[in-house]
Write a protein that binds this ligand. Sequence first.
Ligand SMILES: NC(=O)c1ccc[n+]([C@@H]2O[C@H](COP(=O)([O-])OP(=O)(O)OC[C@H]3O[C@@H](n4cnc5c(N)ncnc54)[C@H](OP(=O)(O)O)[C@@H]3O)[C@@H](O)[C@H]2O)c1
Length: 272
Amino acid sequence: MLQGKKITVIGGGKMGSIIAQALIKQKLCEQKNLIVTDIDAARRADIASLAGVNISDDNKKAASDATIIILAVKPQNMREILAEISPAIDHNKIIISIAAGITTALMESLLPKGARVLRVMPNTPALIGEGAAAVAKGSFATDADLKLTCAVFDAVGISVAVDEKLMDAVTGLSGSGPAYFFLFMEALIEAGEKVGLSYDLAAKLSMQTMLGAARLCLQGDKKPAELREMVTSPGGTTAAGLKVLNEGKIREVIIAAVEAATARSQELAGEK
Ligand SMILES: NC(=O)c1ccc[n+]([C@@H]2O[C@H](COP(=O)([O-])OP(=O)(O)OC[C@H]3O[C@@H](n4cnc5c(N)ncnc54)[C@H](OP(=O)(O)O)[C@@H]3O)[C@@H](O)[C@H]2O)c1
């Protein structure tokens, strides 16, 4: 799907460089067809040595040379980048932004009329190829553009297509989600130490347990609630632990956390 297409990634920071590397490593894009631009010379040198991709400091030319343009700069830099590349944009190009809170309507308003824009919310595990990204299309992007964008983010994990109005909810769930699980792991490790394990042992067991539980959910056809019931014998150890979690209203607390993050995402988008 991406073969033969010229791709430019604008912003070679954490996300931009990892996406570029994944596209090359997974042979979704030939090295000669990929350019990464960055404002910082040292970062450009790093990217060139890491991924072997072409680098540039000329956003407008790189956008002009590509059919797929991935914008991986911070949200506060998006307006200036869109203004800079706007003269290079025509109907043959797809513009994909990963900047949090930047709507497709805002992008469309800063680009020539009819620009095919898409918006993606990735998350940090993309850095190791285990990301979860949601992709939404703007008014002029096609279903084929959506599929192509999903293929880009499948290279660094999984992707789902969503209506843009769900982007704040996605941000509150999977965008902020890694931090929720890190907190859960921190608490598990602390608990492990309290019941007599070393930090290292508690950390190793906690992390593998979380990974294993996620894989069981992903690989089987059972819902998390069914899997939980299967490992909870009446009067057993798991039941004793779950009773305390339920008394502490863990479910309600997690729901409130995702609602708060979703609301904050809505607020931040309103400020942009
Ligand atoms: N990291 C995540 O987990 C994550 C998750 C979801 C969404 N995102 C979104 O992904 C985007 C990138 O995040 P990141 O963590 O990869 O940020 P980052 O590491 O700061 O990368 C952005 C890069 O763009 C460069 N840049 C700034 N202005 C530029 C310009 N005019 N032309 C070319 N390059 C320019 C920056 O250089 P300087 O540092 O010198 O300014 C930096 O190297 C953000 O919009 C963020 O909202 C990130």
